[in-house]
Design a protein around this ligand. Structure first.
Ligand SMILES: *Cc1c(COP(=O)(O)O)cnc(C)c1O
Length: 412
């Protein structure tokens, strides 16, 4: 007998939630259900499966790696897939963002990035810089450390109270005046602050909230003036999602630490990277063993994950993924526009391969979920939005079916 009674599902009230839907297989942008139905996936499994599911080239590369060596501990040992991956990531990121710590999950890479900032100051003999600055609507993970830098509503701060470290919540600067105020505030408090963390251009889990590249430039400038490190969390935005390989490319800034995950392996294997600038790394580089970076997940540098990530990067090089994203952006903009006519809709916006329909306050998007399944599509409305973040390989016809389903489900 197998049933679901021993599974504890994420973000789910297990008492009242409907029975989860069982999947038997995936292919490209399709999810095949046990009951025989097939859904078109509009969100690429939480933004991971950028090239579609089971991409034959990634399957082949992972299979080759699987036969040779699925995993070996990174303590004292390295392997070719991680050498290749880290060199490529260092070459892709701007400036001296060259030092890659390869972990398993996004949250862990953010934790590592935070530790890099904290210890950077400690290793240089600077004490008292133990706080982080984070922004309204931000999301950086579910571990205890990262919950303390999420939007207090998203991170359920009130529920966990004292268990979370108190950091500084700020509003994202959106005008030159707000930028000046933020810069002044940061300078005044800088002796307690190890880093400022933000998602670039899009705050994903906080409700797909967009901001201009200027905002990132202002934050970078304020950090420089105050002598504070800047972490940019590209876990959602990285690998083409916003129309450029990384969202920071649109702002032309160089953060001190960048975190990557989600689409890194094309949705195949959990893997994440915290990438630091040379200058951060140098404060750890010493004859003193106590100045080493004190972190090391068991499965870090996973060989299968690195092989999948290398294959995904090959696909980026060989196929014109960014043109595909630009095409998707045009189609999303054109086809979602008519949702503005619908009474419950407050805003429609797109960036890269992200399409968002925001509803008015008080509208319950949760009750739409079964209607989307009935319409043959997999989309997961949350907060006040229904959104699409499809694989870059989605066909125009499938994308039309997704946008049409949003229009018709919101209209009924
Ligand atoms: C998903 C996400 C995380 C957390 O990644 P996990 O792999 O779920 O731990 C962190 N930051 C951002 C911006 C994310 O989108």
């Amino acid at each position: 007998m197998t049933d679901t009674s021993s599974i504890w599902l994420p973000y789910t009230q297990m008492k009242t939630a409907p029975e989860p839907i069982e999947v038997v297989s995936t292919l490209d942008t399709r999810i095949e259900l046990k009951d025989g139905r097939t859904l078109i996936d509009g969100i690429a499994s939480w933004w991971t499966a950028a090239h579609g599911y089971n991409h034959p080239y990634i399957v082949e590369k992972v299979q080759e790696q699987l036969e040779q060596m699925p995993h070996v501990m990174l303590g004292g040992l390295v392997h070719n897939p991680i050498k290749k991956l880290t060199s490529r990531i260092a070459a892709m990121l701007p400036g001296s963002l060259n030092k890659c710590f390869v972990a398993e999950s996004g949250s862990v890479s953010v934790e590592v990035g935070m530790k890099m900032c904290l210890q950077y100051y400690l290793n240089r003999g600077v004490k008292g810089r133990s706080k982080f600055v984070h922004f309204r609507d931000g999301y950086h993970g579910d571990t205890l450390g990262t919950m303390g830098i999420c939007d207090p509503d998203e991170g359920m701060h009130s529920l966990f109270g004292d268990a979370l470290v108190d950091n500084y919540l700020q509003e994202l600067p959106r005008t030159a005046e707000e930028a000046n105020q933020f810069a002044e505030w940061l300078l005044k408090n800088s002796n307690q602050i190890a880093g400022v963390i933000t998602e670039p251009l899009v705050q994903g889990a906080g409700g797909m909230v967009f901001h201009e590249p200027e905002t990132l430039q202002w934050i970078r400038k304020a950090c420089d003036q105050a002598g504070v490190l800047m972490i940019v969390d590209e876990i959602f935005t990285g690998f083409g999602r916003t129309g450029t390989m990384f969202a920071i490319d649109q702002a032309g800034i160089i953060p001190d630490v960048v975190t990557l995950s989600k689409a890194l392996t094309g949705g195949f294997v959990p893997l994440s990277i915290a990438v630091a600038r040379e200058e951060i790394f140098e404060s750890f580089y010493s004859d003193d063993p106590m100045k080493a970076l004190m972190h090391g997940p068991t499965y870090m540098g996973h060989a299968l994950g690195c092989a999948a990530a290398n294959a995904s990067l090959d696909l980026f090089q060989e196929n014109d993924c960014l043109s595909a994203v630009a095409q998707i952006n045009m189609q999303l903009g054109y086809e979602l526009e008519k949702c503005r006519e619908v009474a419950c809709v407050k805003d429609v916006r797109t960036l890269g391969a992200i399409g968002v329909v925001q509803t008015h306050e008080g509208f319950d998007v949760q009750e739409l979920k079964p209607k989307f399944i009935d319409a043959g599509v997999w989309v997961r409305p949350f907060r006040d939005i229904v959104y699409l973040t499809p694989a870059y390989t989605i066909t125009p016809d499938d994308l039309t079916q997704l946008t049409e389903s949003i229009y018709s489900v919101l209209s009924t």
